[in-house]
Design a protein around this ligand. Structure first.
Ligand code: GAL
Length: 954
């Protein structure tokens, strides 16, 4: 078979040895990105190789954009994307792959630019091709490679013509390499990163290794550049001019993610000047901690897959920059490049703006878990050369980035000799960084203990060093390389994790899973997820689990994370007159920040000013005096808000950008009560099928309100159901239980309301009911008691469980329908949604939105949009005050419609606005992959009393 290499263990043939990557000036590089000819065949051997011959007429072939994935172009005529989490979408028979192996033959004819130098050689570089490629230039077979997200270079100088060069690339969707690339993401074949022709003058730099360390005792940096070609290294700002191989030590400002000082330099060889960007830093594992420049680092990280809703894993520079800016603006300080080395330009951005990077190798064999890891390539010597090739291609390409402080062997590849060989090779090649791999609990190959999705209690045990494990593991620092699964509404419990990270030194933080939803823009569905392209085997919307929506709008989860990891803590100091400010940075003092205070009465800011805070060093705290509270607001709830903002523009955000904030309550809220009646209040008056009480009219038969003043109200009743979130649908790792399943089994989505009595009394209308699911003996005895002072109407609800409820409740409150509503105003937490365990970012203030604006567009529709701690709200002509404060939700569809929808396009707004006034909500947790809500956030069915005062707005 001609394509034998597709199915063999080898990494390839013909490529040059891997080396450092660096951007080249245009004069030395010819981009071969752009429009290519493409022919897609259904099998690997459907076509012969004649297309690679010069003179082949591809005039009737389609066109495709390189970099790109052919399945995301051509409106489906080149095949379709497919999504699986860890199951291989082909029979597991390594290294063989199916005969049905979509194959893309790519052709590009190019001329050399006029000024292309005649001397020297040339290198053809592919930065990423999925899953393998065979390459011909001008009819000559120059080689083959696997390793989709890794660079491959070929020497081609001897083959180049001035014009009419024919570059032919045959790409197969499946190859032996696919067994090593079983990451949880879309399968997307294609030449998805840059293709470049590089001029290599005689005497040009080959590989070079910049060693730039920092001694925090002396404040001096040491520079040594190893190069396989002799040359000189200059760093003008430091007065450095040394030969390669020579060491120099000078005073420097170190590089850190917080203060990413880079020095511009140059490596000059006989034939070339290579730009260098040098960051001095020393990474070590010391005293059981990951330290940089002598200090322990706390990772506030995220896992980043490369994703764009239209182009998949083909990302342009602006999108990469947007990711980095969004990360910096949301207080993130670290990124794990899950689960492969990213486009090299992304690491330049991390160097420049400052992010700690765990650079992960393109290796995952997760599908073997289905057969208890039998035949796992990571433990099979035949595969070891391919594994080592991958390790080398990552390390050699990225070794000169100061931001990269940890190498990761890969993800979910089981355990085995291949991984050990990779770790040994990496440790020997680069002693200046640490090695990570999560999959081996013994930590034999790694420099840190790493886990994913461990629950809070276990993390605390690890923090206390009570977790056991191998001796080596017990001595290692700990990170959560994945936690807080950001799928749909959530993740819940972030603040609780952060409290642990900050309490125990051994816990050096974590990386939220994951950065962005991998939704694919789809004309009919808005966004497509697994199964939407007719895949037989797929994992649904499990691929949409990011902190960003696919259009890169931050989800509430990212807003929450920003607050939870804020590097400055601003809390009440207990005296009422001052505020305690703590610097939570690892390296920077607070001199880059300005502080502002404001004072709110009934949620409205009535005074503000600036606050002088000392430039505290990392870890330091100060109590800062607040001004005298403004007078005249004694009768209402009052509070301070103190904000830390950027004092000046930075590379990543403008002056005034908010970094951190805190609120300090002053006077509590007077609870809403009915005023003494302005005129004698009549109790309920029974009329013609109607009972009147103050401003309200009730149906005399059902006791349900029909109107409050002129505002039509219908369907008011107890509600316990919510459209399950992705986290509700998940199975808790610890208990094995799934809230949504319990709820549906119990019938909470189809509660029955039995009317027991409508009792117009002297002062109140009392309506007695029993609310219970069919086929079950459990119920909630629910009494609605209505009173009025003439203008205002009070509803007191009391709920008592009947029987031992075996599950938490999704929600507990009343829902009602309004004939119309648009603007929503409230005094409570906001502006965004907030649930019991996702509430950190919501601040107490007056907020305004619209019914549509309250919706959070999770790709698979589910419960969303609740506003928490609402004291009062105005909606649809009604003012609603709560005792106690409540959660407010309003939408133009019912919970049942929300529950039934699979895509946002299934939701069609009706005229009615459905409003939920919730006394309590069940927490969110992160059971879509991990633990369900902590006990304190679970909503237990127990006795509850809550009330609302309604009045018509005039
Ligand atoms: C982890 C895995 C990730 C992703 C996540 C769930 O086990 O490493 O790639 O699959 O679970 O979204």
């Amino acid at each position: 078979m001609t394509n034998h290499y597709v199915e063999d263990y080898s990494p390839g043939r013909g490529a040059l040895t891997p080396r450092a990557w660096y951007p080249l000036s245009d004069a030395k590089a010819l981009s071969l990105n752009g429009s290519w000819r493409l022919r897609v065949s259904p099998t690997a051997d459907a076509e012969d190789d004649s297309f690679a011959e010069p003179g082949f007429d591809a005039g009737d072939w389609a066109r495709v954009v390189v970099p790109g994935h052919w399945v995301l172009q051509g409106d489906g005529c080149f095949g379709r994307p497919a999504y699986t989490n860890h199951r291989y979408p082909f029979p597991v028979d390594p290294p063989r792959v199916p005969t049905e192996n979509p194959t893309g033959d790519h052709l590009r004819v190019f001329d050399l630019p006029e000024d292309w130098p005649a001397d020297g050689g040339a290198v053809l570089r592919f930065d990423g091709v999925e899953s393998c490629a065979r390459v011909w230039l001008n009819g000559t077979d120059i080689g083959e490679f696997k390793g989709s997200r890794l660079p491959h270079e070929f020497a081609v100088g001897h083959l180049l013509e001035r014009s009419g060069n024919v570059l032919a690339v045959r790409v197969h969707q499946w190859s032996a390499g696919s067994y090593l690339e079983d990451q949880d993401q879309w399968w997307l074949p294609g030449i998805f990163r840059d293709v470049t022709l590089l001029h290599r003058p005689a005497g040009s730099a080959g590989d070079f290794f910049v060693h730039a360390s920092y001694d925090h005792h002396t404040g001096r940096g040491t520079l040594l550049v190893d190069s396989d070609i002799e040359g000189r290294v200059t760093v003008p700002a430091l007065g450095i001019d040394i030969a390669t191989g020579e060491t120099v030590t000078v005073p420097v400002c170190p590089w850190s993610a917080e203060v990413p000082t880079l020095y511009e330099g140059e490596l000059t060889t006989e034939g070339e000047r290579v730009p260098l960007r040098i960051g001095f830093r020393t990474v070590e594992s010391a005293d059981g901690l990951i330290k940089v420049n002598g200090r322990a680092v706390l990772f506030k990280g995220v896992n980043r897959h490369e994703w764009h809703r239209e182009t998949g894993r083909a990302l342009d520079l602006e999108t990469m920059r947007q990711d980095v800016l969004l990360m910096k603006r949301h207080n993130l300080n670290a990124v794990r490049t899950s689960h492969y080395p990213p486009h090299p330009a992304f690491l330049d951005l991390c160097d420049e703006y400052g992010l700690w990077v765990i650079d992960e190798c393109d290796l995952e064999t997760h599908g073997f878990v289905e057969q208890a890891w039998r035949d796992n390539p990571a433990d099979d010597d035949r595969w070891t050369p391919a594994l080592l090739d991958r390790a080398a291609r990552m390390v050699e390409r990225d070794k000169n980035h100061p931001s990269v402080i940890i190498w990761s062997l890969g993800n979910e590849a089981g355990t085995g000799r291949g991984l050990t060989a990779m770790a040994e090779w990496i440790h020997a090649r680069d002693t200046s960084r640490l090695v990570h791999y999560e999959g081996d609990g013994s930590c034999r190959d790694t420099d840190m203990y790493s886990r994913m999705y461990a629950g809070h209690a276990e993390v605390e045990q690890i923090g206390k060093e009570l977790d056991g494990g191998t001796r080596k593991r017990r001595e290692l620092p700990f990170i959560l390389c994945e936690y807080a699964h950001a799928m749909g509404n959530g993740p819940g419990g972030l603040a609780d994790y952060q409290r642990l990270f900050e309490a125990y030194d051994r816990l050096q933080g974590g990386f939220v899973w994951e950065w962005i939803d991998h939704g694919i823009a789809h004309p009919g569905l808005g966004y497509a997820y697994g199964g939407d392209f007719g895949e037989e085997l797929h994992d649904g919307n499990f691929v949409c689990d990011g902190l960003l929506f696919p259009d890169r709008r931050p989800s509430p989860g990212l807003v929450e994370y920003k607050k939870v990891i804020e590097p400055v803590r601003i809390v009440p100091d207990g005296t009422g007159g001052s505020v305690r400010v703590t610097n939570g940075y690892d390296f920077a003092d607070l001199s880059a920040l300005a502080f502002e205070w404001s004072y709110q009465a009934d949620g409205e800011t009535v005074a503000s000013g600036s606050l002088s805070v000392p430039a505290l060093a990392p870890g330091e705290s100060a109590d800062v005096k607040l001004p005298q509270p403004p007078a005249g607001h004694e009768a209402v709830e009052t509070q301070w808000t103190v904000r830390a903002v950027l004092a000046a523009d930075t590379a990543w955000a403008p002056e005034g950008h908010e970094i951190a904030w805190g609120q300090i309550p002053v006077a509590a809220r007077p609870l809403p009560v009915l005023r003494p009646a302005v005129r004698p209040v009549l109790g309920p008056v029974a009329g013609d099928g109607v009972i009147t009480l103050g401003p309200a009219a009730f149906d005399a038969r059902t006791g349900a309100p029909k109107a409050i003043g002129a505002i039509e109200v219908s369907d008011l009743r107890l509600d316990v159901w919510r459209a399950p979130t992705d986290n509700d649908e998940g199975t808790d790792w610890l208990t094995g239980s799934c809230d949504a399943k319990l709820w549906r089994d119990l019938g909470l989505h189809r509660m029955r309301h039995r009317l027991d009595a409508v009792e117009p009394g002297e002062n109140a209308l009392t309506v007695r009911t029993r609310v219970a699911p069919a086929a079950s003996e459990f119920g909630l005895t629910t009494v609605y008691r209505w009173t009025s002072d003439g203008d205002r109407l009070r509803l007191a609800v009391s709920v008592s469980p009947d029987g031992e409820w075996p599950a938490p409740l999704p929600r507990l409150g009343v829902r009602l329908a309004l004939a119309c509503a648009d603007t929503v105003r409230w005094f409570g937490a906001g502006p965004g949604e907030a649930y019991p365990d996702t509430k950190s970012a919501a601040r107490l203030a007056r907020h305004e939105s619209t019914v549509d604006g309250l919706q959070t567009p999770y790709l698979r529709p589910q419960e969303n949009g609740a506003r928490a701690d609402v004291r009062w709200a105005e909606i649809g002509g009604l003012r609603i005050e709560g005792d106690p404060a409540f959660h407010l939700t309003a939408r133009r569809w019912t919970t049942e419609q929300l529950d039934a929808a699979t895509h946002l396009t299934d939701l069609t707004p009706g005229d009615t606005v459905w409003v939920n006034l919730d006394h309590a909500l069940h927490g969110i947790g992160t059971a879509s992959c991990g633990p369900s809500p902590l006990p304190q956030y679970q909503l237990r069915a127990q006795r509850a009393e809550f009330s609302f005062v309604f009045s018509q707005l005039h």
